[in-house]
Design a protein around this ligand. Structure first.
Ligand SMILES: Cc1cc2nc3c(=O)[nH]c(=O)nc-3n(C[C@H](O)[C@H](O)[C@H](O)COP(=O)(O)OP(=O)(O)OC[C@H]3O[C@@H](n4cnc5c(N)ncnc54)[C@H](O)[C@@H]3O)c2cc1C
Length: 582
């Protein structure tokens, strides 16, 4: 291969050009350090563009009683006490400033007639605190951030696939990236690296993510660099994904539909949420609504395509076109279905990685010196169940914090040592992976997705999870023999092989943690352990040894600060399975 090898030096390298990566870049720049952002897709096409319904901040514009402490309590209680209280505190306290700043930069959030930002309900929030830009909030946010980067002169390098982080004696000093079009390689050297590479929900057959995205490669990069992963078993299944047509199965039907009054019915025409959460009905937490939908389907009360029905047809067409324009178009274009007149058939879909890279809440520093993580890739904020709208808030708040911390780290070091052997090893790895083989990555990726859906889905048990691990071992063996060569389409084969390699690592960590958590908590529903176990108020942590073998341990969840306990107890009394804190 005669590809060009380049070197690019900056103070801070950011891997990922979603909302978290871009917000981090702005913070690094503001701190006076040079920053480069790289991503494996185009500049304004990170996964964040899919985010629909909105972003949370306790602004209190529509419900003046709202406070950040209520937002804290909602997030912590509905996360089933597994989140890091400090991370939740930071996010809920700082979300209002982060959101208003973005609005000031031109993000077109919907406003009330008096000019203040409108706020809508999202599931399990006590007050209306979700700001939105129609149902394309993520796109509006990403475009605003990307334009800000242009204004500030910050570079975003597109089509750059990071295959390895570079580490010397426990300190991260950059990454190697492959240009997916030309095959050229760049060694990005930096004082500090921020991983903002998203989650791993594309590892399930039904997923709200797009093809070749959210494949868990960020988790694998972190693990190999020496960082640890936490709460990997906590995968959110969104209750409402499309079921038809087949190629759209899993595509999200935004929670904003329920936020705007959407009702759920089973195949018998019963509005069934009163059996699962009679108080909050369709505005219950995601884990409960997902389990309700799953149960109705599993017990034989499904519609013709194996789903339940979501109905918003009692709202006027004008309202739907104003509040849910993307959903209207999505069903019209794919099924010729007018949601202002007909019901949508929906079923659970893998949607969000609540676990991820373990970080220190204040700085989002990982266990590896010089390596930070922010956004969906990081663990800590959501515990066992994420509230809708919290993820976008997390990207802004912790993107900024990680950026500031990485910039400060860069400022503080007098010299950054590189390691030629680590760089040579990263090149060798890419050379070795490019060869003829008997297998193709795409079908193996499909086998992996089927495996995770069947053995590590909405409802789990020990037998199925172990079968999943066995099946994963055979996929791993086959993956060692994948055919990879450059083609007229560029280096897509190589990217697919790397995606598969990352996916296998992320899937293994998920299965292992899911086996260990012998209880039902939030999104982790165990048929064989149907109740929560108070002794399991721990986070399962995965580390990898030099050969990639994964080792599990657990650490207790950090205690909640005294001044926030009353807020939590007030909120807890409202939850269906309420238990007060001491
Ligand atoms: C359909 C849908 C709707 C959603 N709606 C909402 C909502 O309304 N509200 C809300 O709060 N949340 C929502 N979410 C969740 C939210 O969109 C995401 O959690 C959030 O956007 C993640 O942002 P991020 O910056 O962490 O990562 P991403 O936006 O996923 O960006 C990851 C970046 O990393 C890059 N990358 C990954 N691996 C590599 C690699 N190996 N090398 C180089 N680059 C790499 C990618 O190309 C990308 O640029 C939704 C999610 C989906 C799927």
């Amino acid at each position: 291969m005669n590809n060009v090898h380049r070197t690019r030096v900056s103070n801070v390298l950011i891997v990922g050009s979603g909302a978290a990566g871009l917000r981090a870049a702005i913070a690094v720049h503001a701190a006076g350090r040079e920053v480069v952002v790289i991503g494996k897709r185009l500049r304004k096409d990170a996964h964040t563009v899919l985010a629909a319904g909105g972003i949370n901040a306790a602004l209190g514009t529509v419900d003046p009683e709202d406070r950040w402490q209520h937002h804290f309590a909602d997030t912590f209680v509905e996360g089933h006490f597994l989140a890091d209280p400090r991370a939740v505190e930071i996010m809920t306290r700082e979300a209002p400033t982060a959101l208003l700043e973005l609005a000031e930069w031109g993000c077109p959030f919907v406003r009330l007639p008096d000019g203040r930002l409108d706020q809508r309900f999202f599931g399990a929030h006590r007050y209306r605190r979700t700001c939105y830009a129609g149902d394309f909030t993520g796109r509006a946010m990403l475009f605003t951030l990307a334009d800000k980067l242009t204004e500030l002169g910050i570079e975003i390098h597109e089509n750059q696939y990071v295959s390895r982080l570079l580490v010397r004696e426990g300190v991260c000093f950059g990454a190697i990236a492959l240009d997916l079009q030309s095959g050229d390689r760049t060694i990005y050297l930096a004082d500090a690296v921020i991983l903002a590479a998203g989650g791993h929900t594309r590892l399930w057959r039904r997923s709200s993510s797009r093809r070749d995205e959210n494949t868990g490669d960020g988790f694998a990069l972190a693990l190999r660099a020496g960082a640890s992963l936490a709460d990997m078993e906590m995968v959110q299944f969104h209750p409402t994904g499309m079921v038809a047509p087949e190629e759209m199965a899993g595509t999200l039907v935004t929670e904003a539909v329920r936020g705007e009054g959407g009702r759920l019915y089973n195949g018998h025409g019963e509005r069934f949420m009163d059996r699962y959460d009679p108080e909050r009905m369709e505005l219950s937490a995601r884990d409960r609504v997902a389990l309700a939908n799953y149960t109705e389907i599993a017990e034989g009360r499904a519609g013709p395509n194996g789903g339940v029905f979501l109905d918003i047809s009692h709202r006027s067409k004008e309202e739907i076109l104003e509040k849910l324009p993307r959903m209207y178009r999505q069903f019209m274009e794919s099924q010729m279905l007018d949601i202002s007149r007909d019901r949508m058939e929906v079923a659970p879909t893998a949607h969000y990685s609540m676990g991820g890279v373990a970080v220190i809440p204040d700085t989002h520093a990982t266990d590896v010196e010089g390596l930070y993580a922010a956004g969906e890739i990081a663990a800590g904020v959501h515990g066992a169940n994420r509230l809708g709208g919290n993820s976008l808030a997390e990207t802004l708040v912790f993107g900024r914090r990680a950026g500031e911390a990485a910039a400060a780290f860069s400022q503080a070091i007098s010299a950054q040592l590189r390691d030629r052997t680590a760089i040579a090893g990263a090149h060798d790895e890419l050379n070795l992976i490019t060869r003829e083989g008997e297998e193709l990555a795409r079908p193996l990726q499909r086998a992996l997705r089927d495996n995770m859906w069947e053995h590590c889905g909405v409802v789990r048990d020990d037998g199925r999870l172990r079968k999943g691990l066995d099946r994963l071992a055979s996929i791993r063996a086959a993956a060692a023999n994948v055919d990879v060569r450059p083609s007229s389409e560029g280096y897509r084969d190589l990217a697919l092989a790397l995606d598969l390699r990352g996916a296998i690592v992320a899937a293994e960590a998920t299965l292992r943690c899911a086996i260990e958590r012998r209880e039902t908590r939030g999104a982790h529903q165990r048929k064989d352990y149907p109740n929560a176990n108070p002794l399991l108020l721990v986070n399962f942590v995965v580390r990898a040894d030099r050969d990639g073998n994964q080792e599990l341990s657990h650490v207790p969840v950090s205690p909640i600060p005294d001044e926030l306990k009353t807020w939590v107890n007030t909120r807890k009394a409202l939850a269906p399975d309420g238990r007060l804190l001491e």
